[in-house]
Design a protein around this ligand. Structure first.
Ligand code: GLC
Ligand code: CA
Length: 554
């Protein structure tokens, strides 16, 4: 039998909080730490083990906190260090852990290091950032040149993201020491791990000639050396959890970053499956094909098994809502939201639930550009239309489909004004569908998406096959169905998922017979329909999902 190395972070489920939109405790319209404290029982009841909180540090908020000006201070909108300490105690008391966002590819241009650095070439912070006499043609992820001129130094600094997010110079050992110091500070406060923002961008490949930039930001020559050093210096022996956000990383890269014997990270977030509805870049959208999505998800399942660990996600604060993107947010809203959750929670890896996903929250019907809050969308909208790259109509649709703001609307707690998120005026528009979609209503409804998530999470605690079982896919070329099994010793889980809005002929008993399984040994684990047994299923309903389990006889 295959040897399994049990780890708490492999068996955990993670819940991501985008703090400004989670819960406002004091009526200023902005979610805050006390709001999170008030909802800890909700999270415990959902059944998650780890809470990841997006940046809550001091920041001028150019990128909603992913532009940090003080790593050891709490943003005043969100609360105080005492609130943070209370939050950590509250989590630990409930046997939950805290994952924090480590954003150290760049700092805010208002960070004291940058303020010093830009003063001249001979102060202690001069080499903390990436300064060049000449700029090359690298483009910022958030539109325009990735270089900004600074007249004090008569040089340019690099900003892969907005010009208020200056890239740190990791080649400078002092910078790396500062990062370890920040990590130790938070470990000292009781934090249990790190989600590392764009961590595969920390080493760059510079060139002066003209070429397209992106591939020179990603997975640079020294990235593994830096991560190994970080592991050695900070993480080793501490039983923390680490997940690295790695845009542009393929399976081979994944094996290096998260390989069990590499001494770097526990797991990474790949983006390959998030690109299935893009042609040439994010705003050049297309409809996704299930065959392509399956191919990517399955290849990561197969490629990492036994060697490294997957993270499982279909949305986060940078992605549109999964039910609007891969499911059907109108007629089959409930069915498709459950089905997508079922796919993720029957795979191998650590699942990440993004706040509101467990309620089936949907994209926002935005007034564009009026409702936009996000620097990425605002810049892209202005830049791409003014340069004639896309028409206004195209960009209106692209934003509606892809904008990050879709995921950043306030959490819908109940059907009172502003969805119970705030007693004041919310910093960002509340999705008007909160009367129908909200936590209070779903808590009371046994058949709700919320209650389905609870079952999914509970099953992962009870059935080790769901955590460690080996993945095998069936019907790879099927355009509507995603079917796979998970096998551990002689136990098995079979996961069947329809992505179709029509009935699909599928004889489950016959399928089991064909793959050599004895139907009498199986029972239903999860279903999003009202199914009593599976032997007389000849047809799957729209967006139906079903998993069958065979447990050890003894
Ligand atoms: C990551 C974050 C995103 C942020 C960017 C720059 O991709 O998830 O929200 O804008 O890094 O920090
Ligand atoms: Ca508040």
């Amino acid at each position: 039998m295959e040897k399994i190395e049990r780890k708490w972070w492999k068996e955990a489920s993670v819940y991501q909080i985008y703090p400004r939109s989670f819960m406002d405790s004091n009526g200023d319209g902005i979610g805050d730490l006390r709001g999170i404290i008030d909802k800890l029982d909700y999270l415990k009841d959902l059944g998650v083990d780890v809470v990841w909180i997006s940046p809550f540090y001091d920041s001028p908020l150019d990128d909603n906190g992913y532009d940090i000006s003080n790593y050891k201070a709490i943003h005043k909108d969100l609360g105080t260090m005492e609130d943070m300490e209370e939050l950590i105690r509250g989590l630990h008391k409930r046997d939950m852990k805290l994952l924090i966002d480590l954003v150290v590819n760049h700092t805010s241009d208002e960070h004291p290091w940058f303020i010093e650095s830009k003063k001249g070439k001979d102060n202690p912070y001069s080499d903390y950032y990436i300064w060049k006499d000449r700029k090359n043609n690298w483009e910022s992820v958030f539109s325009g040149s990735a270089w900004e001129y600074c007249k004090e130094r008569n040089q340019y600094y690099l900003h892969v993201f907005s010009k208020k997010q200056a890239d740190l110079n990791w080649e400078n050992k002092k910078v790396r020491e500062e990062v370890y110091d920040i990590m130790n500070f938070w470990i000292g406060k009781g934090c249990d791990g790190f989600r590392m923002d764009v961590i595969n961008l920390i080493s760059k490949r510079f060139r002066d000639d003209n070429y397209k930039g992106e591939e020179y930001f990603f997975n640079g020559p020294r990235v593994h050396e830096y991560l190994k050093e970080m592991h050695e210096r900070v993480l080793k022996g501490r039983n923390l959890m680490t997940v690295g956000e790695c845009p542009g990383a393929n399976i081979e890269d994944g094996l290096k970053f998260s390989g069990f014997n590499e001494g770097e990270l526990n797991m990474i977030f790949t983006f390959q499956h998030m690109d299935v509805d893009s042609k040439n870049g994010k705003w050049d959208f297309k409809d996704f094909s299930l065959v392509e999505l399956k191919k990517i998800l399955s290849s990561w399942q197969e490629g990492l098994h036994g060697k490294a660990w997957n993270s499982l996600y279909l949305n986060n604060h940078d992605q549109p809502r999964m039910v609007s993107r891969f499911g059907n947010d109108s007629k089959y809203w409930k069915e498709s939201a459950k089905m997508l959750a079922h796919v993720i929670h029957t795979m191998e890896g650590t699942p990440y639930i993004y706040q509101g996903e467990e309620l089936g929250m949907t994209n926002l019907k935005m007034d564009i550009p009026g409702d936009l809050r996000d620097v990425e969308s605002i810049n892209a909208y202005n830049d791409l239309i003014s340069r004639g790259v896309f028409t206004k109509d195209h960009m209106d649709e692209a934003i509606a489909r892809k904008a990050r703001d879709n995921a950043r609307t306030p959490i819908q707690w109940d059907d009172s004004e502003n969805a119970g998120f705030t007693k004041g005026s919310p910093w960002m528009k509340v999705n008007p569908n909160y009367k129908l979609i909200n936590a209070k209503a779903e808590k009371e409804d046994g058949d709700s998406i919320l209650n389905f998530y609870k079952k999914l999470l509970k099953a992962r605690k009870e059935i080790p096959t769901l955590i460690y079982g080996k993945f095998k896919e069936y019907f790879k070329d099927d355009k509507n169905l995603y079917v796979f099994e998970r096998k551990l010793a002689d136990t098995k889980v079979i996961s069947i998922n329809s992505f179709s809005s029509k009935d699909l002929g599928f004889n489950i008993g016959e399928f089991l017979y064909e793959i050599g399984e004895d139907t009498s040994k199986y029972e239903i684990l999860h279903t999003n329909m009202k199914r009593e047994g599976f032997k007389d299923i000849y047809e799957l309903k729209p967006y139906e999902c079903l998993s069958l389990v065979k447990l050890n006889e003894d």
